[in-house]
Design a binder for this molecule. Sequence first.
Ligand code: SF4
Length: 349
Amino acid sequence: MNPYYSILTKAEDTGNLSAGEIKNLLDPPSSKEENELFKAADRVRQYYMGDEIWLRGIIEFSNKCSRNCIYCGLRAQNTKKWRYEMTVDEIVNTSKLIASLEIGTVVLQSGEYRSCPLEKLKTVIKRIKEIDLAITLSIGEYPRDIYRELKQAGADRFLLRHETADPDLYEELHPGYKIKDRINALKILKEEGYEVGCGFMVGLPGQTLDILAKDVLLCKDIEADMVGIGPFIPHPDTILKDEKQGDFQMTLRLLAAIRLVCRDVHLPATTAMATIDEFGREKAWQAGANVVMPTATPKPYRQAYELYPDKKCLEDSVEHCRGCLEMRILSVGRKVGIGQGGSYKKKKK
Ligand code: SF4
């Protein structure tokens, strides 16, 4: 048998691959094998996750950040940015709009504050819980007691992308921070009872296939409930502005590899994928993905939340996106998930 197909068969049957085998999977000899990779991931997605595509409404409630991740438009040293923080009422009213569109999860996202706005977040969480939405936080690294208090207030899930599993590359990208602390934060979140999401960027300067294979294995080791990946898109206000953008096909291959290795994780077709390919979301859903996360951040805030430039659908209201995404979901023969769409790992327990 073609050696590529024997690894692919093993991946589809068991999900148990070594780093070397994942590396081979990510480097198909031709587009024929690449298509087979996507089809195998799509079958595994169908088997473990069914045909629903889950919508999560994102509210980027603040672009304040004290970190300086060298790829990010929101980094503290970017003084060109107008910094904002939505009020409690603005966040809650936007959450009500999300719920009215039959989207069952709100994702509250921000940069990372020097000290967590804990009381405000607890108030927001408690008020959102009155409207019966699952709440995902995406606010960065904090000590265990903060995570615990937010969980006790009613938060359900937490996204904390690890960005890269390679310790040296991690430190280059995040001056002053270490991957071991990031991984530890992910473990603490699990221990505190959150459904947890990690994830990484594809096409970072200095990233190799070996590193990407390690990223896939890290997602499995963490037993992530969700994994968010997207191509690296250089931001003009960062020192990486002249670097090459991440490759779309490689991002799709990574999605497929994560589906094959991690099996029952939620896997979004990210906006960054749609930004670099008109049909990026549809292609992602056909290569293992089962989630999409429309932005509900009100104007003028959403224009100021620029992790990377030229973000897709920036001018479209969440009401418009809801209709557009449903049409796109139906166009690939799938259906919109109705409800909160929690972890499939928990379903099995
Ligand atoms: S990636 Fe997140 S933590 Fe890093 S600078 Fe951007 S907003 Fe801040």
